[in-house]
Design a protein around this ligand. Structure first.
Ligand SMILES: Cc1ncc(COP(=O)(O)O)c(C=O)c1O
Length: 440
């Protein structure tokens, strides 16, 4: 039954990362979705330019995924994951290990990206503990990093707004500088040329703190939530080499970049740099059932398991780790990715997408366009007195005009489902063009 705005009570729901008062004055409600489109509560079709929230890489309500969830819901609604198991969780872990690069072969399931990050940080600490280096307790994150909203994630993350209301955070954290360099890299298509040397800040942190105190470095290979920051050529390789030299684990948070966004299964495969631990979520189940994972290289997993006295090796887990419905959704999603060759499709479409978004250069207030695979950031000059509002006004204009985009600060992010057609890319970019032209 269609939900009407008139009959809906909005007060009781406290909405996440939302200006609740403004939203409830002018709500935007989605009631159904199919492939590239949402339907709104007033019956409008909206082209999804952001895969929901960077999750729905295979497009909405895909039949194989829906069928897999439906079948499992009627067969096994819940199975305890502590000292018990069920087949689909093992099957999904095995399938993932098959597409992950290198020996990233051991999968710990969570229910979200935030939990995946906290799990990865805890595994890093537990690994060093098992490996006879318990003094390695420090983490290095990066400015403008987003790693979800757990206390671990906001601590290693580099977004002050996500921390300032909460006081407490993990105690031993340093941050690398971000890689954004508008002066030298504006309007880069693909990886920007300048900035590999920003990885050297890690050497400075090591010199100050001592490598023997640092457990891990965590970064998003492409920072998504803070405005699509693509790593400069050579930057990830440099970070990897420094970590290797000092026995520091490298964690890639691939919650956004995983599952085809860059035209390859993972950013690690796209850039040819393999981390020690990877976090994923979102596209893992096509957003259909919440699920995340921390994925660990064999050597780390084996050290932790083998060097721990008999009994439980890692005192960590969630009631819903590897939930049957999420595992079913994950398997259905991997089937769709594979059967339809969606990662290769994203790679094939990337040049067309890049050409379309780079056509926005020259519009009023556009100070940068950056793109890689099927993700793009379009940065607008901030209004001097009200940062963030210009891009948000474009978002509102696009939504009214039938396209869903996302904004972070004054950057517009586009990350459509990998099934988008060329015509729909044109439609999306036209909507953004009109929005930018209309918004002063
Ligand atoms: C890189 C990254 N890590 C972690 C998260 C947190 O994921 P979740 O919202 O599922 O907790 C996000 C969410 O956007 C993300 O982009």
């Amino acid at each position: 039954m269609a939900t009407t705005l008139e009959s809906l009570q909005l007060d009781a729901l406290w909405m996440p990362f939302t200006a609740n008062r403004a939203f409830k004055r002018a709500p935007r409600l989605l009631v159904s979705a199919k492939e590239m489109h949402y339907t709104t509560s007033d019956g409008r079709q909206v082209l999804d330019g952001v895969a929901g929230l960077w999750c729905v890489n295979a497009g909405h309500c895909r039949e194989p995924i829906v069928a897999a969830i439906r079948a499992e819901a009627g067969q096994l609604d819940f199975a305890p994951g502590f000292q018990m198991g069920h087949p689909l969780a093992f099957e999904l872990a095995t399938r993932l290990a098959g597409i992950l690069p290198g020996d990233l072969d051991h999968v710990f399931f969570t229910n979200s990206g935030s939990e995946a990050v906290d799990t990865a940080l805890k595994i890093a600490l537990a690994y060093h503990h098992a490996n006879g280096e318990p003094e390695r307790i420090r983490f290095v994150g990066r400015a403008r990093g987003y790693h979800g909203v757990g206390f671990g994630g906001i601590s290693v993350g580099g977004i002050e707004n996500n921390r300032k209301q909460f006081g407490a955070r993990l105690p031993a954290i340093d941050h690398l500088p971000d890689t954004h360099d508008l002066a030298r890299n504006a309007f880069s298509c693909g990886q920007p040329t300048h900035g590999a040397d920003r990885a050297d800040a890690l050497e400075a942190i090591i010199a100050e703190r001592g490598a023997e105190t640092i457990a891990a470095v965590i970064i998003e290979p492409v920072a998504g939530s803070t405005g699509v920051l693509i790593p400069p050529v050579g930057y990830l390789e440099r970070l990897r080499a420094i970590c290797d030299r000092h026995g520091i684990l490298l964690i890639f948070d691939e919650v956004i970049t995983g599952f085809g966004r860059l035209g390859s299964a993972f950013a690690a495969t796209a850039f040819g740099v393999t981390p020690d631990i990877m976090t994923v979520a979102k596209g893992l189940t096509n957003g259909a059932v919440p699920m995340g994972a921390a994925i660990v290289r064999s050597a780390i997993h084996d050290t932790l398991i083998d060097r721990t006295p008999s009994g439980i090796e890692l005192f960590h887990g969630y009631t819903y780790s590897g939930h049957p419905l999420a595992a079913a959704a994950g398997l259905g999603t991997l089937d769709v990715y594979e059967d339809e060759g969606l990662f290769a499709r994203a790679a094939a479409l990337a040049p067309y997408f890049a050409q379309a978004v780079h056509g926005l250069r020259g519009l009023p207030h556009v100070i940068d366009v950056r793109s890689l695979g099927l993700v793009a950031g379009i940065e607008l000059e901030a209004r001097p007195d009200r940062p963030g509002t210009r891009a948000f006004d474009v978002f509102l204009d696009c939504f009214e005009g039938g396209a869903l985009i996302r904004t972070t600060g004054d950057t517009i992010a586009l990350s459509p489902p990998l099934i988008i057609s060329r015509e729909q890319i044109d439609e999306l970019v036209d909507a953004v063009t009109r929005g930018i032209q209309r918004v002063a």
